[in-house]
Every structure is written in structure tokens, then in C-alpha cells.
Design a protein around this ligand. Structure first.
Ligand SMILES: CCCCCC/C=C/C(=O)SCCNC(=O)CCNC(=O)[C@H](O)C(C)(C)COP(=O)(O)OP(=O)(O)OC[C@H]1O[C@@H](n2cnc3c(N)ncnc32)[C@H](O)[C@@H]1OP(=O)(O)O
Length: 393
């Protein structure tokens, strides 16, 4: 259970009883009567806690553990561990100290505590325009800001920028930081020869104690949050597609405001081949963008499009020769970033607000269908097939 709510630092820290006992107590500000946290807020907090870069200390980790247990299981009724079982006793004491605190209050307190920890770590992610400040906090992204443009670069080139669980979470955080910084435009691009090879197919190997059903549920929540952060993104969002794009990195293009592609880029959504179904709101945006017949070829039959074809079908704004791609695109984006900031932002919001509610509903439906699909034989066989081919190399 600790593994579920705590990243590496927690396991590391709880290894030594002296560390647990030796930390000074921390004043926790737990807002008394606040809004009730929903199950979704709670699950978001469970995901967020894994992203904390700074070890919050054993006192806070014990508090998180206790609140998690109280929120999910209610008051502690486990037998008290022996006095020499330092770690389990510390955990038991923390949980028991919550007495009869109602589950809902424990859930709210957990969400508040994670939010206070995240906001202090997030404030260091703020980017300033014109400073070209590299953000160091992400493991799988490089985020820079220059000339009023925040650039989020997917940075796992040796894995063709496949999106692993942590990277999904980092993209959510990077988009949140970009929506609050002073930049005018936000760009997503890839490092290396690929833009992105989609969902990391090894994601499903990390099975939590709750088993594959729990994993599918967590993945569906993460997917909904990930896509939701694109739906809600408040400023012009541009994809600079430097190479082949697959799966979820293609579907979410329907939520970008402009898509510039190198003529080396391809657009491929082999969902049926993987026993999967569309996400990223593509079941709604693609038929709208290219018409239902063309959307069927992509989303159901897995037809791979060239950049030129994707442009002809309206998914891509413009295609550039690869040799001049970066120069031409960045010259253009720099010119656009000089346009009046508020007018652009408000225009984007007016356009998006027309269908925001619809997009969230589509996202929820697609995520829930995928939760089931992840457990299907078709999907599991496809993932095993990919992984076993890879193992032979
Ligand atoms: C929160 C969950 C949401 C789920 C949403 C549902 C999501 C759907 C999708 O995104 S579907 C699309 C999934 N992606 C794929 O099926 C692509 C799989 N990869 C490939 O087919 C190929 O790797 C390739 C065509 C992208 C590139 O081929 P090639 O040029 O021959 O390179 P390699 O195969 O040698 O790849 C190099 C290296 O990268 C690893 N890798 C590439 N893509 C992925 C991936 N999607 N997941 C995991 N790993 C990937 C590959 O295994 C190699 O690693 P290695 O060097 O062997 O360690």
C-alpha cells in the first residue's frame, strides 16, 4: 500500500526507523472546513504525490500514509505491531492517531496536504518569457521559455519519446505551469527523430497491489486528466511535429490550435491493431476535422498518413521541408508571439468554450471504454507481442 501512495523517496525514507523518529515535527496546515474532495480529486492527489521532487520528510509521509488508510479503510483496527517493529509501529501510530476521523474528512485532508506540497514544488516551475530559462525539474521533458513562447519538448529520444506514466504526469504539470506563466504561445515538440511513439507499451507492466483492474482504473484516471489538461489549456497551443507521431500523440492534435509538421512526419493511430479504441477526444474531433469516412480509415483501420495527407485532411496546418522545418516554423512562431497577447488568448477561449463541455464528456466516455479495453485479450496479446519482439532484439 505504501508503494501505491508513495514514490521512491517514501520507500527509501521509511527504511530507517531512526530517520522516522529523528525528523522534527512539521506544522501542517489542514484547513478545517473546506470543500469536500471528490474521489477524482483524491485520485489526482494520489498521482500528484508521486511527482513530488522534494522529499517532504518522514513526518509528512506518515501523515500521508495515515490519511490514505483512513480515507480508504476507515479507523485503524489492525493489531498494534511490536515495539521493535519500528517502521510498522510508526505507521500504525500515525493511523491510529486519527481516531474516528470520517473517511471524507481524511480524503479532503489528504488532498489539501498534497496540494500544499505540490504548490510549493510547482512555484519553482514558473517560466519567464524572454529568459530562455531551462526547467530542470522534469525527468522526461525539457521546458524552456524564450520570446514569449514556452516550449515543452518530449525528451525520451531513445524510446522514440513514448509517454510513460511519469511523463503523462509531467506533461500535465508543464501545461499547468505554462497556463500560468507570462508566455503568449505554448509549443509541444519532440527531441530526436520521432515526435512521439504514443503510449509507452511497458506502462501496463507496473501492476499495483490492486491488480490489473486497479491498474486499468488508474490509467483511465490519468488519461482523463491528461487529455483534460489539453481541453482546458487557455492559450494558443501549437504542435511542432518534427517526425513520426503515433497513438495518443496524434489523437490529441485535434485539441491543438495549430499543427506544423516536417515532411518527414507521419500520423499513425494503430488502435485496432493493439486491441484499443480512440482517445484524446479523437472520436469527436477527427470526424469533425476530416469527415467520418477519413476518420474511420485512421481511427478504426489504422491507416498511416503522410504529413501531406494529414494536411490535406485538415489535421495539420502546414507542412515544411525537413531541411528548413525548424528555421521556418520558429520564425513564424516568433512573429505570431508579437501579436496582442490578450486578443489571442481570448479568441482561443471563445473558440474552445463553444464545445468544452462536449469535449470533457467525450474524454470521460473514451477513458471509461479504454479502461475495459486495457483488460481485453486483444490488448494484452498485442502488448505481449510488442514486448516479446523487443526482448529478442
Ligand atoms: C494512461 C494510459 C493511456 C492509454 C492510452 C492509449 C494509448 C494508445 C497509443 O498511444 S497506441 C500507440 C502505441 N505505440 C505503439 O504501438 C508504438 C510501438 N513502437 C513501435 O512500433 C516502434 O518502436 C516504432 C515504430 C515507434 C519505432 O521503430 P524503430 O525505428 O524500429 O525503433 P525501435 O522499435 O527499436 O524503438 C527504439 C526503442 O524505443 C522503444 N519504444 C518505441 N516506442 C515505444 C512505445 N510506444 N512504448 C515503449 N517502448 C517504445 C523500443 O522498444 C526501443 O526500445 P529498446 O531500445 O528496445 O529498449
Amino acid at each position: 500500500m505504501v508503494a501505491r501512495l508513495a514514490p521512491r523517496w517514501c520507500l527509501r525514507a521509511l527504511r530507517s526507523p531512526l530517520q522516522v523518529i529523528g525528523f522534527p515535527s512539521l506544522q501542517l496546515h489542514m484547513s478545517g472546513i473546506a470543500m469536500r474532495a471528490s474521489q477524482e480529486d483524491f485520485e489526482n492527489a494520489l498521482n500528484q504525490v508521486k511527482l513530488l521532487k522534494k522529499d517532504p520528510g518522514n513526518e509528512v509521509k506518515l501523515k500521508l500514509y495515515a490519511l490514505y488508510k483512513q480515507a480508504t479503510e476507515g479507523p485503524c483496527n489492525m493489531p498494534k505491531p511490536g515495539v521493535f517493529d519500528f517502521i510498522n509501529k510508526a505507521k500504525w501510530d500515525a493511523w491510529d492517531a486519527l481516531g474516528n476521523l470520517p473517511k471524507e474528512t481524511a480524503r479532503q485532508n489528504y488532498v489539501d496536504l498534497v496540494s500544499s506540497l505540490s504548490s510549493s514544488s510547482e512555484s519553482s516551475n514558473q517560466v519567464q518569457p524572454g529568459t530562455d530559462r531551462k526547467q530542470q525539474e522534469y525527468e522526461n521533458l525539457v521546458v524552456t521559455s524564450e520570446d514569449g513562447i514556452t516550449k515543452i519538448t518530449l525528451n525520451r529520444p531513445t524510446k522514440k519519446n513514448a509517454i510513460n506514466t511519469q511523463m503523462y504526469q509531467e506533461i500535465i504539470l508543464a501545461l499547468k505551469a505554462a497556463s500560468n506563466d507570462d508566455s503568449i504561445l505554448t509549443v509541444v515538440t519532440g527531441n530526436g527523430d520521432y515526435y512521439c511513439s504514443g503510449n509507452d507499451l511497458t506502462n501496463f507492466m507496473d501492476i499495483p497491489p490492486g491488480g490489473v483492474e486497479e491498474k486499468a482504473k488508474q490509467s483511465a484516471v490519468l488519461l482523463r486528466d491528461f487529455v483534460g489538461s489539453f481541453i482546458d489549456f487557455p492559450k494558443p497551443l501549437i504542435a511542432v511535429v518534427n517526425g513520426p507521431a503515433m497513438g495518443i500523440s496524434v489523437t490529441i492534435l485535434g485539441l491543438f490550435d495549430a499543427v506544423y509538421a516536417s515532411d518527414r512526419a507521419t500520423f499513425h493511430t494503430p488502435f485496432s491493431h493493439l486491441g484499443l479504441t480512440p482517445e484524446g477526444c479523437a472520436s469527436y474531433t477527427f470526424p469533425k476535422i476530416m469527415g467520418p469516412a477519413k476518420a474511420t480509415e485512421m481511427l478504426i483501420f489504422g491507416k498511416k498518413l503522410t504529413a501531406g495527407e494529414a494536411c490535406a485532411q485538415g489535421l495539420v496546418t502546414e507542412v515544411f521541408p525537413d531541411s528548413t522545418f525548424q528555421k521556418e516554423v520558429w520564425t513564424r512562431l516568433k512573429a505570431y508571439s508579437k501579436l496582442p497577447k490578450n486578443a489571442m488568448k481570448i479568441s482561443k477561449q471563445v473558440i474552445r468554450n463553444m464545445e468544452k463541455e462536449k469535449l470533457h464528456a467525450v474524454n470521460a466516455e473514451e477513458s471509461s471504454v479504454l479502461q475495459e479495453r486495457c483488460l481485453s485479450d486483444e490488448c494484452i496479446n498485442a502488448a505481449v507481442n510488442f514486448l516479446s519482439k523487443r526482448a529478442k532484439l
